[in-house]
Design a protein around this ligand. Structure first.
Ligand code: ATP
Length: 332
């Protein structure tokens, strides 16, 4: 019997190119792993008329762990984002985004080490937009229960991982009820974690502070939309979207994926940076208690980036996705 069976989605755009390389990495790490592979997203829609076929859903339910390359949601009326749909289907309420400087060579800022806890199931992502006499309005939903569980998760995670300071990000000065609720729940819960320093910042100020002094921050908890925007901003601090991994976590099910999208503009060119996906794989290994293998992978990536000889185009190099992977494998 194999040790791990996971659900794997090779996705759209650059997805298949980086998935192929991820499998080579897992093989080189000597992982005893098997994949249940399914199409979701645009290619699934073209082939089966469904963005997320039922078999894929059943497989996630059974395996409880999935690794997902980026997918494309077709543009147009009636298509709900595949990513949002998966998060809601499995109630994956935490979007965990660790953003750290892997190598000072490719990062604009030295020694950044941030974790962003983004609420993953409500806020403006409910996608409810309605017509008014002169346009539309969008519904932003913030509830007590969902705010409590993400904020509690963030504090518990920090205790477990020995982190010291958390910043709650909001716009409660304008959105007094919705963001006001999120902030007041944060202020209640922080009293249970006196060993952790806590503060809060308004989203616009937070963007400026992060760009000016990213090293002043440790962990960030935020409602869905601010968490989304801040994580792309933070990815930019450490070298761009090609380096940012994420985990979508529920109480029983976890889906790991890169922060970036399917990058259709570079599809098939063999130049995609697979690092964010590899780091998402490392996050998955940590989740599966394969911390030693996760660390080997992260160290190998760090060594390649430090040497700076074999880099993909987004990091200023000329290496293909495969050549970069070969180099990582040589350091494992
Ligand atoms: P989505 O809506 O799915 O986020 P998007 O086109 O807005 O899609 P991305 O697909 O993340 O966003 O792409 C943003 C830009 O970053 C594109 O120019 C893309 O080529 C580049 N990019 C994204 N991921 C990578 C990667 N892994 N390697 C190299 N470039 C990338």
């Amino acid at each position: 019997m194999v040790k791990y069976r996971i659900t794997l989605f090779e996705g759209d755009g650059i997805g298949p190119e980086i998935t192929k390389e991820m499998k080579r990495i897992f093989d080189s790490l000597g992982l005893d792993i098997e994949y249940d592979e399914f199409l979701i997203g645009e290619r699934a829609y073209k082939k089966y008329g469904e963005l997320i076929p039922k078999d894929a859903i059943e497989s996630i339910k059974k395996n409880k762990v999935a690794l997902k390359a980026p997918v494309t949601t077709p543009v147009g009326e009636g298509f709900r984002s595949v990513n949002v749909e998966l998060r809601l289907l499995f109630d994956l309420y935490v979007n965990l985004r660790p953003i750290s400087t892997i190598s000072n060579k490719v990062s604009k800022y030295k020694d950044v080490d941030l974790i962003i806890f983004r609420e993953n199931t409500e806020d403006l992502y409910t996608g409810i937009e309605e017509e008014t006499h002169d346009g539309y309005y969008a519904k932003k939903i913030i509830t007590k229960e969902k705010s409590k569980r993400i904020i509690n998760f963030a504090f518990d995670y920090m205790v477990k991982h020995n982190r010291h300071k958390i910043t709650c990000v909001h716009k409660a000065n304008i959105l007094k009820k919705t963001d006001g609720l999120f902030l007041s729940i944060f202020n209640d819960i922080k009293n249970n974690y006196k060993m952790i320093e806590s503060n809060d910042k308004i989203i616009d100020n937070m963007c400026m502070q992060l760009v000016l002094n990213p090293n002043d921050f440790d962990s960030i908890v935020a409602p869905n939309l601010y968490g989304d925007i801040l994580s792309d901003l933070a990815a930019g601090l450490v070298g761009g979207l090609g380096l940012a991994p994420s985990a979508n976590l529920g109480d029983e099910i976890a889906i790991f994926e890169a922060v970036h999208g399917s990058a259709p503009d570079i599809e098939g060119k063999g130049i995609a940076n697979p690092t964010a996906f590899f780091l998402s794989g490392a996050l998955m290994l940590e989740y599966l208690s394969e911390s030693e293998k996760a660390l080997r992978l992260k160290n190998a990536i760090k060594e390649v980036l430090e040497e700076g000889k074999v880099l993909t185009k987004d990091l200023g190099g000329f290496a293909s996705t495969t050549a970069f992977t070969d180099e990582v494998i040589s350091k494992l």
